[in-house]
Design a protein. Structure first.
Lengths: 255, 261
């Protein structure tokens, strides 16, 4: 199957700090790729490049055959509407109701009637198991609900690609598992291409077709969940088993 | 030691020009997006309500007291030279040409500008601005343009209202405390005021409105570092708005003085 997302030699320098130092990654259409790595290693920065919020210093990003840096602002906007990004904290617009949040993409860009917006909003909320809350405000929701509403908001524009930024961080284990299940169901049901950024290994093994590890600005390992779990690479081994001692922490001490 | 001094001074100068560049950039983008469709009237009206209607109580209170104070302070000298009659014209001219516009702008900068910075700043730190972009919605078009248009429309209206209330305050003092007859007070007031006084007073408030909108949005977008950053940006936004309003006022006053002598 062809590649939906292709990242070639991506480099990014953020205020003097080389965050990405040549990331190479290919993601097949309809697959779920999990990117693991320590907090602050540039996982979220990588996601922000894929929707054009950040621009690469060097390297190319090709999504659905279109190279991001060559697109005009209009073409980029069209591409953005095929991508749903689920932010870590939800990033719900707190001046709007849940319903207005979920329907935001539709209201802004598609000329659909108010009735259809309501239907699509309910449908998306139903998919994440939160029907009937569209009149609440985001401040009334718990952390886990916010994450699910954020997912519903991404789903409402019927994207081909969904990017998740740490979907299970900061929620209780049961909610985390239900979010994992949700991501897996969506993948099976609507055949979207997904990238999930996380450092929750349980979740990575459960939802990933592929796992890639980002370390010091590069992808240092990539493979199926089994391959990563049994990896002989010391760095990968330390990370996936959550060990306090190993090459990763040793390196930090040296720096 | 001198090296350090140069470095510190240099850094401040560079960051100042960076700030000005950022403001200019945002201004151009805002004007560009103000004229590109789609136009969302609802959002402008919502902001106009927040900036205009909701400011009315505060503006009324302050303008009324400025009217009281100004009448009394003027009376102090006018009574000494026996020209109480001219309190009316002096108050009318000062309020319409200067005090009304500037005080209204400062009140709005403190009340509305600070709120804009805090709101946009919180949106920035919680990634809501990024979220707008992922929905192919330009943050300048969505957030800045309505506030920019609302403030530059509402400030002249608020000012006109403040002028009227200020003159009313002075009228109350003069008529009920100093014993000037009501009809004479009104006649002197309207004789003193020419159209050009009202025009010069109101036209500069359009620019004050733009200054408040651009500075408070710019500071909001550039918030770094969570809640503390939002607080710092809000302070900066009010301080810079005050400075820029006073500087702009000085420029306009000089300009009008030579254009319409």
């Amino acid at each position: 199957m062809k590649d939906m997302i292709e990242i070639i030699g991506l480099e990014k320098n953020l205020s003097g700090n080389m965050v990405l130092r040549g990331v190479n990654l290919n993601i097949k259409k309809g697959s779920t790729c999990v990117i693991i790595g320590r907090s602050g290693c540039g996982k979220s920065v990588l996601l922000k490049h894929l929707v054009g919020i950040l621009r690469a210093d060097k390297g190319r990003i090709i999504i659905d055959g279109k190279e991001l840096s060559l697109l005009t602002e209009k073409e980029l906007d069209i591409l953005r509407l095929q991508i749903g990004l689920v932010f870590q904290g939800g990033a719900l617009f707190d001046s709007m109701t849940v319903g207005e949040n979920v329907g935001f993409g539709l209201i802004e860009h598609e000329h659909v009637s108010g009735k259809e917006v309501l239907e699509r909003v309910e449908e998306s909320l139903g998919m994440v198991g939160l029907s009937g809350i569209s009149n609440l405000m985001p401040s009334d929701l718990s952390g886990g609900m916010k994450k699910r509403v954020a997912l519903a908001r991404a789903l409402c524009i019927k994207p081909q690609i969904i990017l998740y930024d740490e979907p299970t961080t900061g929620v209780d284990p049961i909610t985390a598992d239900s979010i994992n299940e949700l991501i897996k169901n969506l993948h099976d049901r609507i055949n979207v291409t997904s990238i999930v950024v996380t450092h929750d290994m349980r979740s990575a093994y459960r939802i990933g077709d592929n796992i890639a590890m980002l370390y010091q600005g590069k992808i240092i390992a990539q493979g199926t969940p089994q391959e990563i779990e049994n990896s002989k690479d010391l760095i990968v081994h330390q990370f996936v088993n959550g060990l306090a001692h190993g090459p990763i922490t040793e390196n930090i001490r040296l720096l | 030691m001198f090296d350090n001094l140069f470095i510190i001074v240099g850094r401040h100068i560079i960051s100042f020009f960076y700030f000005l560049g950022g403001l200019a950039n945002l201004t151009f983008k805002t004007i560009y997006f103000s004229f590109t469709p789609p136009y969302k009237k609802d959002r402008i009206l919502e902001q106009a309500k927040k900036a205009g209607l909701d400011s009315l109580p505060l503006v009324s209170l302050i303008a009324l007291f400025i009217g009281f104070i100004f009448a009394l302070q003027t009376a102090y000298f006018m009574q000494r030279i026996g020209s109480e009659l001219y309190i009316a014209s002096l108050v009318a001219l000062s309020i319409v040409r200067e005090l009304g516009p500037v005080i209204t702008a400062l009140v709005v900068a403190g009340r509305v500008g600070a709120a804009i910075t805090a709101e946009i700043g919180s949106m920035q730190v919680t990634e809501q601005i990024d979220a707008l972009e992922t929905f192919a919605t330009n943050p300048v078009k969505y957030l800045v343009v309505p506030r920019f248009l609302a403030l530059s429309l509402m400030l002249p209206i608020l000012t006109l209202y403040a002028d009227a209330i200020g003159i009313l305050g002075s009228y109350l003092i003069c008529v009920f405390r100093l014993g000037i007859s009501s009809s004479i007070y009104l006649r002197v007031t309207f004789e003193a005021l020419w159209y050009k006084d009202i025009f010069t007073g109101l036209s500069k408030t359009i620019f004050f409105g733009m200054i408040i909108a651009i500075i408070s949005c710019y500071e909001g977008f550039n918030v770094k570092g969570g809640a503390e950053g939002v607080g710092r940006a809000t302070t900066r936004s009010v301080v810079f708005s005050f400075i820029m309003i006073i500087v702009a006022d000085c420029v306009f006053t000089a300009l009008f003085y030579f254009i319409f002598p």
